[in-house]
Design a protein around this ligand. Structure first.
Ligand code: G3P
Length: 219
């Protein structure tokens, strides 16, 4: 988990699902990563099988369940993901909130299986509540800024700093997301103590995802 994590969430945008997901991943595979940058792509559940095709890229799920393999219709098992080559997942994203029981069970299981859990929270209070579980990352995303043009680091710097100090006490690195668009937003987030960002529309809906991602990570 070294370096700055830039996690691109493909969501279920038409531009980044099915054939377009495959095309995007092929294009992203050609990006030259600067030292210290870690690129992860969080693909839609319908595209998780692409992990078999893109072994050289780090693919995450957008959600994972704590259910074991077997009679668990519709659930996404961690064991299944690991088998596919998917090494981590978002959890409790604002667009797919789960309860505290499921969060706790899933984080505990992720630690047991060595699977990375990026636990999303909407407030400093939630960060406080879940930091003791010690997920791989806590990702702070204020829901009202998601998909917009104002970055979390510009709009909520104090809350980002609060989340960072809460999580520091438990040795949990913080990511921030919502409205992130460019290098400036990334740099500001790092200055506030975050260890990386979550980004979706700023890449996927930019019209030129490769250039958007490349310029975000290049100094
Ligand atoms: O998971 C990242 C996402 O919720 C942020 O979305 O479009 O504001 O970058 P966006």
């Amino acid at each position: 988990m070294e370096g700055t994590l830039v996690l691109t969430n493909f969501k279920n945008y038409p531009q980044s699902t099915l054939l377009n997901a495959e095309t995007l991943l092929s294009q992203f595979a050609g990006i030259k990563k600067p030292a210290g940058i870690r690129l992860v792509y969080s693909v839609s559940p319908i595209d998780l099988g692409l992990a078999r095709m893109f072994r050289d890229l780090e693919l995450f799920a957008q959600h994972v369940d704590h259910d074991d393999p077997g009679a668990s219709t519709g659930k996404i098992t961690m064991e299944g993901l690991i088998d596919l080559g998917v090494t981590g997942s978002l959890l409790n994203h604002s667009e797919n909130r789960i309860g505290s029981y499921a969060i706790e069970q899933t984080v505990v299981k992720s630690k047991r299986l060595g699977f990375e859990a990026v636990l999303c929270v909407e407030s400093a209070e939630e960060a406080e509540k879940y930091a003791t579980l010690k997920p791989s990352y806590i990702a702070y995303e204020p829901p009202e800024l998601i998909g917009g043009d104002v970055s979390v680091s510009t709009s909520k710097p104090e809350i980002v700093s609060d989340v960072v100090s809460i999580c520091e006490k438990h040795d949990v690195p913080v990511l921030v997301g919502a409205g992130v668009k460019n290098r400036n937003d990334l740099v500001k987030s790092l200055e506030l103590g975050a260890r990386g960002i979550l980004i979706a529309s700023g890449i996927v809906k930019s019209g030129d995802p490769v250039t958007s991602l490349t310029s975000l990570i290049s100094s």
